[in-house]
Design a protein around this ligand. Structure first.
Ligand code: CAA
Length: 261
């Protein structure tokens, strides 16, 4: 499929790689790019063989340097609200994909770029990654989910410090406070993502899908309701041939051969 601002590739069966690519603007997100992210998400959602989506930025300098400031500078209140809602819708679609979505953060992940990474299920950071929510320095609050997803990931006090000061943090600090899961050398970022994706793609697909749904939906519920939800998903897994195969393989001391049924 031909896109102007992103690339969607399938480097290996079941593994998709979405690259934000607007090098002249350090991959900043304008409206057209948000639309393309939403279309690419639909493409992945409609592929029953899709197992993992990796998200990264083109070039060596930036993951995504934010929402596009040139597009936003003369916004009316109505245009501002609509643009924020536009980004939120695109990121919500990405987050709702029934498979793990992993951000490979290769450089600046600022403002809308940090928010794009936070809409992914987890983040692997290159040692060159820089995270931050500098919106207050532009006279706006975060608009693509930062005020909501950052506190849910690292707690309200740490999130508010970053959101109110605009302070940028390096990959090491991002991992220490739980923004990123791990830090890897820049040259190994893509390979680390592919290796992790391959491991996930080798697991029972329904088990991975229900795991993500249990964690994501359960986070919105009280503990008792969330545990009941987990039991439902556990039961649904037991309806799959892959559950029979996985447990039979353990008993027979051999690797499982999952088929996605
Ligand atoms: N929007 C539009 N263009 C951007 C951009 C952005 N967010 N970030 C960088 N660019 C453009 C620059 O204008 C520049 O273009 P020109 O060459 O035409 O001048 C080009 O990308 C390269 O950028 P710099 O020359 O600034 O590169 P640098 O190495 O000196 O600095 C940087 C890199 C620190 C990331 C700096 O570009 C920067 O601070 N960018 C803005 C970061 C930011 O404030 N992001 C938040 C945006 S607001 C937002 O995201 C709101 C929301 O939540 C919805």
């Amino acid at each position: 499929m031909a896109f102007q601002n992103i690339l969607l590739e399938q480097p290996e069966p079941g593994i998709y790689l979405l690259t934000i690519s607007r090098p002249k603007a350090l991959n900043a997100l304008n409206s057209a790019t948000l639309d393309e992210i939403a279309v690419a998400t639909d493409v992945v959602a409609e592929d029953p063989g899709a197992r993992v989506l990796l998200v990264t930025g083109a070039g060596e300098k930036a993951f995504v340097a934010g929402a596009d400031i040139t597009e936003m500078q003369n916004f009316t209140p109505g245009q501002g609200e609509a643009f924020s809602a536009h980004g939120s819708r695109a990121f919500a679609k990405l987050e709702a994909l029934p498979l793990p979505v992993i951000a490979l953060v290769n450089g600046y992940a600022l403002g809308g770029g940090c928010e794009l990474a936070l809409a992914c299920d987890w983040i692997i950071a290159s040692e060159r990654a820089v995270f931050g929510q500098p919106e207050v320095n532009l006279g706006v609050c975060a608009g693509f989910g930062g005020t909501q997803r950052l506190p849910r990931r690292i707690g309200p006090a740490r999130a508010l410090e970053l959101l109110c000061t605009g302070r940028q943090i390096n990959a090491e600090e991002a991992a220490a406070i739980g923004v990123a899961n791990r830090v890897v050398p820049a040259a190994g970022l893509r390979q680390t993502g592919l290796d992790m994706a391959r491991v996930i793609a080798g697991m029972g697909p329904a088990a991975v899908r229900y795991t993500k749904e249990a964690v994501r939906r359960g986070a919105e519920l009280g503990l008792a309701a969330a545990l009941a939800l987990e039991s439902q998903y556990f039961g649904r897994c037991c309806a799959t041939q892959d559950q029979k195969e996985g447990m039979k393989a353990f008993v027979e001391k051999r690797p499982p051969r999952f088929t996605g049924r």
